[in-house]
Write a protein that binds this ligand. Structure first.
Ligand SMILES: [Fe+2]
Length: 323
């Protein structure tokens, strides 16, 4: 963020005991300094030449959610990973886009101080400019809906594809999210691979968008350590393609939003069974919440911790069309 912001925390609410350690603090106003620029070194890049960069999954049951996007993992305790294994984790999340880890009670039970210490391995932690947070842990972004919550009702769907905080100069990269309480069913999160969304365009369109920049803050694609490229555009934050007339920009942005929304061959849908943690690479994926549980008047309470990454790189400076 580019300026000091004022945050009002969520009001305290009575919840189940399991969630109590992640209730937002009181409603006092807090101010945070502007985020500072830094040189990002990707944790995943340190595992690129690892002799076995998936050894952290050696004792796990790993299911590929689709051929190229998403993994669903059982039997890997994220809380116990050592620094080398965390580097492998970052590379795996970059390569698969989103990775679901089940049975993470050990991690979740350790509390906010542990979460932030654990996540700092991947970069400086993002402070959300408007979200509530647990007392003393402003880097933990809380997601909270209960019986009193109001949901938007003026749209036919809650679908809103986006990547988190893409307005920042150095937006979030590796992002960790989990729930402490959730409805029995509903509230699924959908993810879309912006690598596959880009790759499925014709070479002519790829070339065109490699030359385009948006005002969200710059660039449409960036290179991963693995040399991949991703669309970096979303309806929530992108407003205009720089240098285009309004109508031209709207036409092309709407084409991309439509492409992202309807390409279910590039998507996965995650169900939140208890003690699930989801890690995604926010640079190369989009996601959307689902508010199909809004009428159920139940608690859905989660926490997100995001490590900032590099400033998106203009595709023009790195791209070879044969990649
Ligand atoms: Fe989000």
């Amino acid at each position: 963020m580019s300026a000091t912001v004022t945050v009002t925390a969520l009001p305290s609410t009575v919840v189940e005991p399991a969630s109590l350690h992640l209730i937002a603090g009181d409603t006092k106003k807090e101010e945070y300094p502007a985020l500072q620029p830094f040189e990002h070194v990707d944790a995943g890049s340190r595992a690129l030449h690892h002799p076995n960069p998936r050894s952290f999954l050696a004792n796990s049951n790993v299911v590929e959610m689709t051929p190229e996007f998403g993994l669903d993992v059982r039997g890997c305790n994220l809380a116990e990973l050592n620094p080398d294994q965390k580097d492998q984790l970052a590379l795996e999340v970059a390569r698969r886009g989103v990775v679901v880890f089940r049975e993470q009670q050990d991690f979740i039970d350790r509390g906010a101080g542990f979460y932030t210490e654990w996540a700092r391995h991947f970069g400086p932690l993002h402070v959300h400019p408007t979200s509530g947070h647990p007392e003393g842990h402003h880097e933990v972004h809380l997601v909270y809906k209960d019986a009193k919550s109001k949901f938007k009702t003026d749209s036919i769907t809650s679908t809103l594809w986006h990547s988190d905080c893409s307005f920042e100069l150095q937006p979030a990269g590796l992002t960790t999210f989990f729930l402490l309480a959730q409805p029995k069913t509903g509230g699924d999160t959908l993810y879309s691979s912006q690598v596959l969304n880009f790759r499925s365009l014709s070479p002519i369109m790829q070339d065109f968008f490699a030359h385009a920049q948006s005002d969200a803050h710059g660039h449409w694609q960036f290179a991963l350590e693995a040399g991949w490229y991703a669309l970096y555009v979303n309806k929530q934050f992108t407003r205009r393609i720089v240098g285009m007339k309004v109508e031209e920009s709207e036409l092309l942005l709407n084409f991309l939003y439509d492409h992202i929304a309807k390409s279910n061959d590039h998507q996965v849908r995650i169900k939140w069974e208890p003690m699930t943690m989801v890690l995604w690479d926010n640079r190369i994926t989009a996601h959307t919440a689902t508010y199909d549980y809004s009428h159920m008047k139940v608690l859905r309470h989660g926490a997100r911790i995001s490590a900032q990454a590099e400033r998106p790189i203009p595709a023009l400076s790195t791209m070879k069309m044969e990649d």
